[in-house]
Structure formats: C-alpha cells, structure tokens
Design a protein around this ligand. Structure first.
Ligand code: P5A
Length: 445
C-alpha cells in the first residue's frame, strides 16, 4: 500500500478523552473512531490488525478440529425465555421489538442460539464430540464503557461451544480450549495467564479467565510469580490426546493464580512470600464448563449408546478479539507509539523514501515494494512529499516492526537501512539482503 493513496488519519494532538496508552495510540494512529459511547468504527489500519487477530484465532481453533460458522447478531427473546436467562441477564442486554412487536435482542453471547441449532440437528452420540464457533459482534450495554475497545458496548468476540456425551468428554473439550487459547495468545506476542475466576451470568463451576498483566487492566489479580515463567512454546500437541491436554492444564493452573472474584487469602498465604504478587490484568478470554445448564431446559438431548436420551454436556469459550487489539498495545508500546509484534502487525514492513521525486530512490523503493509483495509480505510505502522526520514519526507511531529506509547517500553505495522498531537498531545492507532478512523473520511467525 502506498501511503499517498491510503486512508491513515493520524492525529497530532493527544486526544483528551483517552486515559490509557492503547486508547490514545489507537486514536492517534488512525485505527478507530468513536461512533458513540463504547461503539467504534474500525478505520483501515485498525481493521487490518483486527483481521490479523481473527486469522490467528481461526487457525488455532481449526487446528484443534473446531468448526467455524456464523450466527446472527440479532436474536429472538423466546429462546432466552426457554433457558431462563431473559430476565436474569439484566440491563446489559439491549432489547427491542421489531415491526411485528416480536421481542428481539442484540446478542451478548450465543449459548441459547447454538443449543437451538444443535438440538434440531444432532440426535445421536455418534455425532459427538462437536465444537462449533464463530467470530461475531456482540453488544453489552456496559454501565461504564471505557478505555476505547477494551471495554466497549459493541465488541468482537470469538465464541465457541462444545457438545459432548459425558462430563469427562466435556472436560477434555475444556482442557483442549485452554491449550488452543495459550497458543493463540503466544502467537500474538502475549503472555495470558489462566486464572481461576467466577462464571457470572454464563454459569457453571469450572471457569478460567486469561489475563494479560498490565497496570491499566481492569481486574485485580493474585498469583505466584513462578506462573509467569511457563510458556507453551512450539510443543507439538495432539488435541485428541486427553492426557496431553490435561497435563498442559495442570502445568498452567496448579500454581496459585486467581482474580479477585475467587481470591482466597488463606491459600495465597501458602505461596512463598517472595513469589506472591498482586497486580492488575486485562481479561482477554474465558472458558467455561457448565454441563447441562442450557441443554436441559432447551431439551438438547442425544440418544446414548444404551439407547437412552441424555442431555448434552456443554461448555463455552470466548476470546475478546477487539479487546485484544488494545491489550496488545498496552503490552507493547513506547513513548513514540505502538510496537506491533510480528504476528499481528498491520503491514510486515514500512518503506521510507527519504527523497521522494529523486529517480534513484523512487525506483529503488518501487522495486523493494514489488519484491516484498511478490514474496507474500505486505508493505506500507511512505511515498509522500514529507520531511524525513515526519515520515519516521508516522512509522514509529503506527508501529510496524520493521522499516526499510531508502536515501540517496546509501543508495549510491547500493545500500538501504533496515531498522527494528523494537530495538531501534539500524543495519545497512543491500535491498536484496533486507528483503531476504524480512522473509526469514516472517517465515517463523
Ligand atoms: C464464552 C463464549 C462469554 O461470553 N459465552 C460465549 C462466554 N464469556 S465472557 O467472558 O463474558 O466474554 C468473553 C470475552 O469477551 C471479551 N469481552 C469484552 N471485550 C470488549 N468489551 C467488552 N465489553 C467485553 N466483554 C467481554 C473478554 O475478553 C472476555 O474474556
């Protein structure tokens, strides 16, 4: 993409309404624009990051055999009456009527809708296990929407639902989701710690939230610092292997790590004092096992191996896709702007032409741009007639992890500069070497 033809409305001033870094930077970098309280338009740069995050979520869900689909945003109140949640959900649910006076709502979550699909179409234990998911906008009329996309009213969620014959099978699905989530967050350059939490309006006994530690996080968390040393890394996980998934859950959840909802001072006191931590965290996902809470009232049963009808064991699992954009920025920025992890960057590299209009720099930039795109890497080429300082400031603000700078002096020696946004390190090399280096870097992402 050539910047002269793109739509990147960066702001010079720091917006007064934004209290935390990610919100400020998303506004300044022209990623979002508020439409009304807690509701945002995703401008082109923000939309690219959102799509990258969705892509990673899709890949990791499908790696585990979970099946993508799409349910609507609007739902009928009738289904929620069947489950008993229509009245229980309270003022966070946006309710309205259509022209036929049918009561409708904007879905805050989809347990009822998916259970309705499954009860109509799954009749036998032979059709199980089944995990369906979608990535769809939700609406929750939060009392205090704040921090930009972190706590929106309209927000994008990946929500997945498992249907199993037995509690054991459903607990395997729970563990399997935990592993997929760990991998998903690590690919985004994040450490998200599973912490025992409260199940709130979704219900059930087993639930973990995934928290990214950050001073600006909304949740208070208590944990054993040793939990921050554990990584999933690139271990090969067989998602059908019950013991292997269980072992990962045990490894990640046996040390003390809880949100304030389930915190227990007595148990926390058992953690060696030097490792006891109280901090804040951003909740980027949550998994639930709730058994037959929805399948029983909605009559979602299957015929078991013995011929008897049994209610399905279920769980649901959510990732805050739009919130993740903010969480990643909270975890990765500096005083000049965003620093995107390679996994989610909106463009793989920026190209800065230090002397626009000079035939040699123009043609070198064009060549680099074409070669990057031909190798499947995306580039944002700053081809505007601007001062070098202004071009660097824009690149730093929008946070592309790598920048190729092309100036007449270097080019006279056949060299350009490759700069890391994270470390600020510069290296002079030929355009071919810079392209080869970027290919190498992104091959592992
Ligand atoms: C699990 C999937 C559920 O709704 N039902 C379907 C279950 N879980 S949850 O924890 O309530 O939400 C899942 C994730 O969505 C994000 N989230 C939000 N993001 C931005 N703004 C909000 N107002 C908001 N509310 C929830 C969180 O990341 C949460 O973990």
């Amino acid at each position: 993409m050539r910047l002269s033809r793109y739509f990147l409305p960066v702001l010079k001033e720091t917006p007064a309404e934004a209290q935390i870094a990610s919100h400020r930077l998303m506004l300044r970098a022209g990623m979002i624009k508020q439409a009304s309280a807690g509701i945002y338009s995703w401008l082109p740069l923000g939309y690219r990051v959102l799509r990258r995050i969705e892509q990673i979520v899709h890949e990791e869900q499908q790696r585990a055999g979970h099946i993508p689909m799409l349910m609507p945003t609007l739902q009928s109140a009738d289904l929620w009456r069947e489950s008993g949640r229509y009245d229980a959900y309270g003022p966070e649910m946006l309710r309205f009527s259509d022209r036929q006076d049918r009561e409708m709502l904007y879905g805050p979550t989809n347990e009822e809708l998916i259970t309705d699909i499954v009860r109509a179409n799954v009749a036998s234990y032979r059709d199980l296990p089944l995990t369906l998911y979608h990535i769809q906008w939700k609406f929750r009329d939060e009392m205090r929407p704040r921090f930009g996309v972190m706590r929106g009213r309209e927000f994008l969620m990946k929500d997945g639902y498992n249907f199993d014959l037995t509690q054991d099978d459903a607990l395997h699905a729970y563990n399997r989701h935990l592993v997929t989530y760990l991998r998903t967050y690590e690919r985004m350059g994040l450490q998200a710690i599973p912490m025992r939490a409260d199940s709130g309006p979704i219900g059930g006994d087993d639930t973990h939230e995934f928290l990214v530690l950050a001073e600006t996080g909304e949740s208070e968390v208590f944990y054993d610092s040793a939990v921050t040393d554990i990584r999933l890394g690139d271990r090969d996980i067989d998602y059908d292997d019950v013991d292997q998934c269980r072992a990962v859950l045990d490894e990640f959840t046996s040390l003390y790590a809880r949100t304030d909802e389930t915190h227990d001072e007595g148990e926390f006191a058992q953690v060696p004092e030097v490792r006891r931590r109280t901090a804040r965290g951003i909740e980027v996902g949550q998994i639930f096992y709730f058994g037959t809470k929805y399948s029983e009232p909605l009559g979602a049963t299957v015929q078991g191996p013995d011929g008897k009808q049994v209610p399905l064991h279920m769980g649901s699992h959510g990732i805050g896709v739009s919130r993740l954009v903010g969480a990643i920025i909270e975890a990765s920025h500096d005083e000049r702007g965003i620093v995107w992890p390679e996994g989610v960057t909106p463009f793989h590299a920026g190209i800065v032409n230090l002397r626009q209009g000079d035939p040699s720099t123009d043609s070198a930039c064009d060549g680099i741009y074409r070669q990057l795109e031909a190798s499947g890497l995306t580039a944002l080429y700053d081809d505007r007639e601007e001062r070098a300082g202004a071009k660097f400031a824009t690149m730093d603000l929008i946070g592309l992890p790598w920048r190729i700078t092309v100036g007449p002096r270097g080019l006279a020696n056949g060299q350009v500069e490759l700069t890391s946004r994270r470390t600020g390190e510069n290296e002079a090399m030929s355009p071919e070497s810079a392209i080869a280096r970027l290919k190498e870097i992104y091959a592992d992402v």
